[in-house]
Design a protein around this ligand. Structure first.
Ligand SMILES: Nc1ncnc2c1ncn2[C@@H]1O[C@H](COP(=O)(O)OP(=O)(O)O)[C@@H](O)[C@H]1O
Ligand SMILES: [Mg+2]
Length: 342
């Protein structure tokens, strides 16, 4: 059963007198205990989507709405979009927690680790000071910190990047969340520490049977962590598949290019990586066809199509948004993929 179901999520930000569409009709779900990775280049709307799940966008901006949101976010079958801020606060940091790319900006530099961890436990679990201290220390230990007492009494800026991220993880997991949202948790760390942090998240995820929604642009992280993958491009999901299918049979030209850009360290011969031409641009307001067509190396007839390709089922659990593919009607025995180029 789905723990989180997102239906037709649309997010716009105000830019001057107009609204700019950033997320445009995103649908996905996350099951209990599942690790789902969101991938895509910078600026595709991954973080905006994740922040909207926690309702962290500032909806009021100079008395006019700075951000407009549509769609449904069902968490434990409750639509978070319709909750009051007071009810949302009971879920945020409790049953749904988040860790960010840069733990230094997420942690408060003016307070010690023990104070910041204690705050969460006092607010959500109503613990007393001593109980909160002991519980925080045990969480830090589970997150792989050895000199727990020193870290508990430290200010965030005196810790290394990896330590800070471990503190963030321990803090996020303190209320035993059902869903952990991790927005590029290892991007700011060096490679050896990255691996340790991923292992830390993975072991905590298994131990607590928690679902993880992880944002990354690193296919190494995807291969390491994901059960299922959502590929984002310009505010939409362009492909969704389980991790094995995505790597063995990517369908969307964008996914193929992203995977093709991962250097292969096992082959010792020199290899030239082909960058994807162009860059992510702003979403055009009207009259657009496939959003990837200007950068697509396969695009043929699709150039003439003015409407957007729908997200279609290519196979069981495999969806793709590209004019190259058609599906068998739903309900038929097998979802065959007609993979001829148009
Ligand atoms: N608070 C905001 N106000 C206006 N535009 C924003 C805001 N946050 C993000 N954006 C824009 O939304 C787009 C998607 O951003 P983001 O979700 O951060 O991308 P990414 O996929 O790299 O995480 C970017 O073009 C960014 O400039
Ligand atoms: Mg981001």
């Amino acid at each position: 059963m789905a723990l989180l179901t997102v239906e037709q999520l649309k997010i716009k930000f105000r830019a001057g007198n107009k609204y700019q569409q950033i997320v445009d009709g995103v649908d996905f779900s996350v099951r209990k205990g599942e690790v789902v990775c969101m991938v895509g280049e910078s600026g595709c709307g991954k973080s905006v989507t994740a922040l909207s799940l926690m309702r962290l966008h500032n909806m009021q901006f100079h008395k006019q709405k700075g951000c407009a949101q549509e769609g449904k976010i069902l968490f434990h079958d409750v639509n978070l979009m319709s909750l009051s801020e007071k009810d949302m606060r009971k879920i945020r940091g409790n049953k749904m927690a988040m860790i960010f790319q840069d733990p230094l900006t997420a942690l408060n530099p003016l307070f010690t680790v023990k104070y910041q961890m204690g705050e969460v436990l006092k607010r959500h679990l109503h613990m007393k000071k001593k109980e909160a201290y002991d519980f925080s220390a045990s969480l830090l230990e589970k997150a792989g910190i050895r000199d727990v007492d020193r870290v508990m009494n430290a200010y965030p800026h005196t810790l290394s990047g990896g330590m800070r991220q471990r503190v963030m993880i321990a803090m996020a997991l303190s209320c035993d969340p059902d869903l952990l949202i991790a927005d590029e948790p290892t991007t700011a760390l060096d490679v050896t520490v990255q691996m340790q942090i991923l292992e830390c998240i993975k072991s905590m995820q298994k131990r607590m049977n928690m679902a993880v929604l992880m944002i990354t642009h690193d296919f190494g992280v995807v291969a390491e962590m994901a059960d299922r993958v959502l590929v984002f491009y310009m505010g939409q999901i362009v492909e969704e598949a389980d991790v094995f299918t995505l790597f063995s049979n990517p369908l969307h030209p964008y996914t193929k290019s992203l995977i093709g850009l991962v250097p292969n360290h096992r082959e010792y011969k020199r290899q030239r990586l082909e960058p994807i031409k162009g860059c992510v641009s702003a979403i055009k307001e009207t009259g657009e066809g496939c959003r990837f067509r200007d950068r697509c190396s396969y695009a043929g007839e699709c150039f003439r199509k003015d409407n957007m390709p729908p997200l279609v089922k290519a196979d069981m659990g495999h969806k793709v948004r590209c004019w190259q593919y058609e599906t068998m009607p739903e309900g038929s025995e097998s979802y065959g993929c007609h993979a001829e180029f148009i």
